[in-house]
Design a binder for this molecule. Structure first.
Ligand code: RNT
Ligand code: ZN
Length: 423
């Protein structure tokens, strides 16, 4: 039997089993096909960027470990790798760029001098490949971020520099959104914080507020840019104090009508990010999600289909919020095949979404409304061993990407080739 035939037959059987519990798998597959996630460019080169050759991530409480051979050294290698990754991820997705990934040419501009012209190449590339773009200002890996403070710095010059950088990043976002006919999400994360206990937590937050007000006083239509601010609990070197905490940004976002970005690695390890979605959505129309995997700390391991990811996806679907929760990936592991890392994480996120779409929501709610708690619990348990894998394989087949494990060897070979060519 051909592989295709086997997948189709398994799908038919699984479809019947799901139909018995009131789940329409064709509909789930359709909904999954129209969901998109934003693939982060920075897994491709360990958050190095293209400001200088061999640039590396520095400061800011985030860290990449590993030196797996074959990392993308320039834009064309990164694009080549991205193309490979996208070809193995089912569905139509977006690409998330950071400001250090511009096409800067010989004379690399300072960060407060960047503009749309440095990203027109990306826009053209996105058009050719049918991709939409998202964007991030980069407030780390820079001498003006070395003191640990950027937008909340005591130093007016440093603050002004970064305010201008973020303004330009938003201008670039507006350009991308306009050119591609899809709002570009501009996310702002800053590293500001302290290793040791500060006595004044008020003034830095007051300065951050002022900087943000200046930045967001420039208005763009929502058809071009949607703004998000990303909080954090702690980082390496900012263990005792992070200026942009969750409460700070939650307040700011609500006050200013912009989104919060919830990163799965940015809360206490036992805190549920899934649980925050329904709370935030009472006050905000949209949320940005950074799907990551923290192992003991905000370590940005490759995303896998674990309980956190499943819970977050269930929550999005159960809230009927697929249209207003923007799903982006955020991790960087340099110890393994980087294209493989992209594909593994993106497929895991999509699988989580599929599991959520395969829940018999009506039945579960009936149980819940009737106080039938045992029935609800038992059904949720039984669902875990329903044949979702057969629906997944069918979804991959329909999307024209390899199902099952067929892609693993292909990515290994690609990685080996890249390693030998790139030295
Ligand atoms: C850092 C944040 C932020 C970064 C990217 C590179 O803790 O998660 O989103 O990972 O901007
Ligand atoms: Zn993040």
């Amino acid at each position: 039997m051909s592989n295709q035939k086997r997948i189709e037959e398994a799908y038919e059987q699984a479809r019947e089993r799901y139909a018995e519990i009131g789940v329409d798998t064709d509909r789930a597959v359709d909904e999954l096909s129209s969901a998109s996630i934003s693939l982060h460019c920075w897994q491709g080169d360990d958050v190095g960027g293209f400001e200088k050759p061999d640039a590396s991530l520095s400061g800011g409480g985030i860290q990449v470990t590993g030196n797996y051979p074959g990392k993308a050294r320039n834009i064309s290698e990164l694009r080549h790798d991205l193309k490979k990754a996208f070809s193995l991820i089912p569905g139509r997705h977006r690409l998330n760029l950071h400001a250090i990934y511009g096409q800067f040419g010989q004379k690399v501009p300072e960060r407060d001098q960047i503009g749309p012209e440095h990203f027109s190449g990306w826009v053209e590339w996105a058009k050719t490949h049918g991709l939409k773009l998202d964007f991030n200002a980069t407030l780390f890996s820079h001498p003006k971020a070395d003191e640990g403070y950027t937008l909340s710095s005591r130093d007016t010059g440093i603050r002004k520099f970064w305010i201008e950088h973020v303004k330009r990043a938003r201008e670039i976002s507006a350009y991308m959104g306009k050119e591609l006919g899809s709002p570009c999400i501009h996310n702002l994360w800053i590293p500001d914080g302290e290793k040791d206990v500060p006595v004044d937590r008020f003034s830095p937050r007051e300065r951050l507020l002022e900087s943000l007000d200046d930045i967001y006083s420039v208005k763009y239509p929502h058809t071009q840019v949607k703004d998000a601010v990303e909080s954090k609990l702690f980082g390496i070197g900012s263990e005792s104090f992070v200026v942009g905490s969750h409460e700070f940004y939650m307040g700011y976002a609500m006050k200013s009508g912009i989104m919060v970005c919830l990163d799965l690695g940015h809360f206490h390890p036992t805190e549920s990010v899934a649980d925050k979605i329904s709370a935030v959505l009472q006050f905000s129309d949209e949320v940005l999600l950074h799907v990551s995997r923290g192992v003991r700390w905000d370590s940005d391991h490759v995303v896998i289909l674990n309980d956190e990811v499943t819970a977050v996806m269930q929550e999005i679907v159960r809230c009927g919020a697929l249209g207003c929760v923007h799903i982006a990936l955020d991790y960087f592991d340099a110890t393994l095949n980087r294209v493989g890392a992209w594909v593994t994480g993106a497929r895991a996120a999509m699988k989580g979404l599929l599991l959520a779409l395969l829940e018999p929501n009506i039945k579960l709610r009936e149980y819940e409304d009737a106080g039938l708690n045992f029935e609800r619990l038992a059904m949720l348990e039984e669902l875990k061993t329903m044949p979702a894998g057969d629906i997944w394989n069918y979804f991959c087949l329909k999307s024209g990407v390899p199902a099952g494990m067929d892609w693993i060897e292909e990515v290994s070979a690609y990685g080996q080739e890249a390693a030998s060519q790139r030295g």
